[in-house]
Design a protein around this ligand. Structure first.
Ligand SMILES: [Cu+2]
Length: 515
């Protein structure tokens, strides 16, 4: 067989190839984001000896968030998993707009390039991923880094907009042969549709906000400058109108993967309480768009507004509870097939529920006045996102990669990676709750030496997570076999089977290929 020329993959349009590009890209980016968190933990462990400049420390905080959110979790769970699975769920040969698909990946890649340029200019962007105006406006950071981060977010946003056009069109236009009613869609499709609509609603708002910020920085427009008649709070409203739906964009695909794995484990195509789950996903999406100001309780809103946002936030616990009880009930089933991934799912449910409970504490608009910008908040969103979404990434790696890319893990490795990751992540993040209760503020390089033992234990936990990630990369092996992808596609078209049977057929392949 002739070797493929290196430039060929620049023009890949086939959905599985593009998904592979996204997976490869996002895993590299995950390690870069991890590297930033390692530097943060090191500099917090030996205060003022590792990094001496608080602005540089904030630069690492900013870049850690940007890499993890925009270049690790989003490309993996949206770009990668959707491109891989949406055509398969409907037995399609490819996505509806393959060239647009290719374009959106490379736009994301150039967006990453702009972030690299941003971090190489002077001290780097140091206003957090939220880019709040007093810090990100011209007097706060006069060097060019923030402008490049804004360009990078623009380009990444344009890339996701192309992606969601592609997903929505593929889901609604192509599967004409099947006549699905909405409540027959697989949950993965429902989740990706919800994600697409959330991006459709929220990304243009983010684009508007950061464009105004760009104009403020370069053309003296004063949209967000209170001194000159603007309103800095406006930026926070616009940003969190994007920022809160964004957390569901990050976590919903992980939920969908959990459901598909659990329904596989009980040998059914449809998970327990299926139509309720569809409604719960959509409900989370809708509610997620009307709770943004719970990030701004300390900004001086009047009491009625704060109560509205607090209670709307609490209502999200209802659809979330539906999902958690559905998972737990599925785990109680008699016909459950035990595999190491079930431990991962249990870990996911534990970590996500734990993060959800501290979220209920934070959604209280009075308690929030005390917890705002303390370590408690960091503990909350790392339990929900970093651990929830990242465990979703691990489960996808173990569950889908054996079948689609012939890359597989032994059961022993899957279990040992889980133990190291679970112990490490809890050692890292659990003490943050106490640090928050004791009033340790986030975003600071220096802190009281009374907390020294906690910062050392957090560093130890982070090193355990690093070991788990290295084990993931080192213990993967290529399994030559009959289950290469084209065979799998052929199987679909030859049998011309309906979606549920496709799912079943995939599961059988999985069982066979990852023993
Ligand atoms: Cu929120």
């Amino acid at each position: 067989m002739e070797p493929i020329p290196i430039w060929r993959w620049l023009f890949w349009v086939y959905h599985k190839d593009i998904a592979g590009l996204y997976f490869f890209f996002s895993i590299i980016m995950g390690f870069i984001g991890f590297f930033y968190s390692l530097i943060m933990r090191l500099s917090l462990s030996w205060s003022y000896s590792f990094i001496t400049n608080g602005v540089v420390y904030l630069h690492f905080v900013t870049l850690h968030a940007v890499y993890m959110i925009f270049f690790f979790v989003m490309p993996f769970s949206i770009g990668g998993l959707s491109n891989l699975l949406i055509p398969l769920c409907f037995s399609l040969a490819d996505m509806c707009l393959p060239r647009i698909n290719n374009l959106s990946f490379w736009m994301l890649f150039f967006s990453f390039g702009l972030t690299v340029i941003s971090s190489s200019v002077y001290l780097g962007a140091s206003s957090g991923w939220t880019l709040y105006p007093p810090y990100s406006s011209y007097p706060g950071s006069s060097w060019l880094s923030t402008d490049f981060i804004i360009f990078s977010l623009h380009l990444a946003g344009a890339s996701w907009i192309l992606s969601w056009i592609n997903f929505i069109v593929t889901i609604f236009v192509l599967p004409i042969n099947y006549n699905f009613s909405f409540f027959q869609y697989p949950l993965f499709i429902v989740a990706q549709l919800t994600v697409s609509f959330l991006l459709l609603i929220s990304l243009p708002v983010l684009a508007a906000a950061i464009t105004m910020l760009l104009f403020d920085r370069n053309f003296s427009t004063y949209f967000f400058s209170n001194v000159n008649g603007g309103d800095a709070l406006l930026y926070q409203h616009l940003f969190w109108f994007f920022g809160h739906p964004e957390v569901y964009v990050l976590i919903l695909p992980a939920f969908a993967v959990i459901w598909h794995f659990l329904s596989f484990s009980i040998n059914r195509a449809i998970p327990f309480s299926y139509p309720g789950l569809s409604i719960a996903i959509i409900g989370i999406g809708v509610l997620g768009c009307v709770v943004w100001a719970h990030h701004m309780f300390t900004s001086g809103m009047d009491i009625d507004t704060r109560f509205y946002f607090a209670s709307a936030t609490l209502i999200i616990a209802v659809p979330t509870g539906i999902k958690i009880f559905s998972w737990l009930f599925t785990l109680l089933s008699d016909s459950i097939i035990y595999s190491p991934l079930l431990i991962w799912v249990l870990g996911f449910i534990f970590l996500f529920t734990f993060g959800g409970l501290s979220g209920i504490v934070l959604s209280n608009c009075h308690l929030n006045l005390f917890f705002h910008d303390w370590y408690y908040v960091i503990a909350h969103f790392h339990y929900v996102l970093s651990l929830g979404a990242v465990v979703g990434v691990f489960i996808s790696l173990f569950f889908f990669f054996p079948v689609f890319y012939n890359l597989t893990y032994s059961y022993l490795n899957q279990t040992s990676i889980f133990i190291v990751f679970f112990v490490g992540s809890n050692i890292l993040f659990f003490p943050f709750h106490f640090l928050g209760l004791w009033g340790l503020p986030r975003h600071y390089l220096l802190f009281d030496l009374n907390f020294f033992c906690f910062s050392i234990s957090s560093l130890f936990g982070l090193i355990l997570i690093l070991l788990a990630s290295i084990e993931v990369c080192s213990s993967v092996f290529y399994r030559e076999g009959m289950f290469y992808f084209s065979y799998y596609i052929d199987l679909f078209f030859k049998l011309d089977i309906f979606m549920e049977k496709n799912v079943q057929c995939f599961y059988n392949l999985y069982l066979y290929s990852s023993k």
